[in-house]
Design a binder for this molecule. Structure first.
Ligand code: AMP
Length: 191
């Protein structure tokens, strides 16, 4: 049971991905979190990606694809996974499609979280105060949202063509959004 959540930063996709993972017993794979942990731990990967994260740029595709390939192999992903933050480019999406075809695990649902940029900006500024994430500074937020529209929206179109894309209005309370997510997963046969 493989699920993708696409949406801009601040759309609440991380929160919903966590809820899906705990409700259905799937692994929550959040690439941003994996990278931030590597930075905190000071690993080779962390040292390499730190300046990229701080600038709000995208980590190179090859690195991300390798990271996901290894992560999907871990035992907790055997029942299913919710990918949050990947794929962010068409190259990543095509690599993911090929990987999933290889292991015969098709995507059951791809969510697109729909929300206005100004709402995301407000939410990210609040998160910056609460969590102190260095990439939630105003100029970095603007950069990250611009990259979402320019580079990641084509990924949404890529999955729209598969007919598995489900649009979710994300500017609503967490429980309401999750209710809609669950209804869509029911329809997709996820139990
Ligand atoms: P996020 O927490 O998803 O907003 O990710 C934080 C940062 O990690 C992003 O601004 C990027 O620098 C990097 N990142 C996370 N996922 C990816 C990805 N799939 N491709 C490239 N960079 C990524």
């Amino acid at each position: 049971m493989e699920i993708l959540i696409l949406g801009p930063q601040g759309s609440g996709k991380g929160t919903q991905a966590k809820l899906i993972a705990s409700e259905y017993g799937f692994a929550h794979i959040a690439t941003g979190e994996i990278l931030r942990e590597a930075v905190t731990a000071g690993t080779e990967l962390g040292l390499r990606v730190q300046p990229i994260l701080e600038a709000g740029e995208l980590v190179p595709d090859e690195l991300m694809i390798e990271l996901i390939r290894n992560r999907l192999d871990e035992p907790d992903a055997a029942e299913g996974f919710v990918l949050d933050g990947f794929p962010r480019t068409l190259v990543q999406a095509e690599a993911l499609d090929a990987m999933l075809a290889e292991i015969a695990r098709p995507l059951v649902a791809v969510f697109e979280f729909l929300i206005a940029d100004d709402v995301c900006i407000q939410r990210l500024l609040t998160r910056a105060e609460l969590e102190g994430r260095t990439d939630d500074a105003p100029e970095v937020i603007a950069k990250r949202l611009a990259l979402y529209h320019e580079i990641t929206e084509p990924v949404v179109e890529h999955y729209r063509a598969t007919g598995r894309l489900v649009g979710i209005h994300a500017d609503r309370p967490v429980e309401e959004v999750f209710g809609e997510v669950q209804a869509a997963l029911d329809r997709a046969g996820v139990a």
